[in-house]
Design a protein around this ligand. Structure first.
Ligand code: PDD
Length: 280
């Protein structure tokens, strides 16, 4: 792959970031993942807006305008012949040249890294149409989950716990309520109504979530934004997850109990179909 590092296009083996970079030493970095489907960037404006918000919340410089970010995304897709997959971008606070908890508020140049990941198209992903099985795990992340930082240790360990349990993903539970999945927002459907946690600092404000709620409104589906429990999910008619990577993916089992029929539900499947149709 050709990757982008601080203004340079390099073969991946030649791309380098300093050992003193705060992204590496402190997890002091934010990221975005934008899906590319049949050569098109999906929900790019939303990802750009959230990146600006994440950097601002951390008092970090956003090194590019939206137009520049768009051009970088187009360039990296073209240089890698990316038709289906994702574009990862990371902005760190930069390299102060040493390890120190304190950082200069001004004058530190952010580090920018981008790379592509090629994946089969969403429409041809049988596992995603069939749906995921999930387990619940305690929520152990910090309390600013609305900022898309690279502090992904608990999500990674939870994904491994899911794999060890023979399932696809883990849902975080805090004070009895589900916050989100390891890297996706989560929903249940009961009596035709879609229920998903309301936005706060407790969860990432998913760009796919915003698009899917807009689609649901267009389709005259009823939506209620409030927290729900694992027990409610287990007795729901359907469940599903959304993210740039997963689009809309049905969830068919929670902690060993089938959700509804234990098969991908009609509302999740419809939203998946419509989201894919609208994107291409
Ligand atoms: N993850 N919640 C969390 C914790 C996430 O990490 C993500 C995205 C989402 C969904 O957000 P969006 O719809 O904007 O992708 C929700 C990305 C895809 C990742 O880490 O790879």
């Amino acid at each position: 792959r050709i990757v982008y590092v601080n203004g340079e296009w390099l073969p991946e083996a030649e791309a380098k970031v300093s050992v003193f970079d705060r992204g590496f030493l402190m997890g002091d970095a934010v990221y975005e993942v934008t899906t590319v489907m049949q050569g098109k960037l999906i929900d790019f404006e939303g990802h750009c807006r959230r990146l600006a918000r994440s950097t601002a919340e951390l008092g970090m410089a956003n090194p590019h305008s939206d137009e520049e970010w768009l051009q970088l995304h187009r360039d990296i897709a073209a240089k890698n012949n990316l038709t289906d997959g994702g574009i990862y971008l990371q902005v760190t606070r930069g390299n102060p040249g040493d390890r120190d908890f304190a950082f200069a508020r001004e004058g530190l140049a952010p580090t920018v890294v981008m790379f592509t990941q090629s994946k089969p198209g969403q429409a041809e992903n049988p596992a995603a149409w069939a749906g995921w099985k999930v387990i619940s795990v305690p929520e152990m992340r910090w309390h600013r989950r609305d900022i898309k930082t690279v502090q992904l240790l608990w999500p990674s360990l939870s994904k491994m716990a899911a794999k060890d349990a023979g399932v696809d993903d883990a849902w975080f539970v805090e004070d009895g309520f589900v916050t989100e999945g390891t890297s996706n927002n989560v929903y249940i459907v009961k009596n035709g109504k879609i229920i998903t946690r309301n936005l706060s600092t407790d969860l990432l404000h998913g760009i796919t979530r915003a698009s899917v709620l807009r689609l649901a409104a267009d389709l005259q589906m009823e939506v209620e934004e409030r927290p729900f429990t694992i027990e409610e999910a287990q007795s729901a008619d359907e469940a599903f997850s959304t993210s740039a990577g997963a689009f809309v993916t049905p969830v068919i089992e929670v902690d060993g109990k089938p959700v509804g029929t234990g098969k991908a539900g009609p509302i999740a499947t419809r939203l998946r179909e419509v989201y894919i149709e609208e994107s291409i």
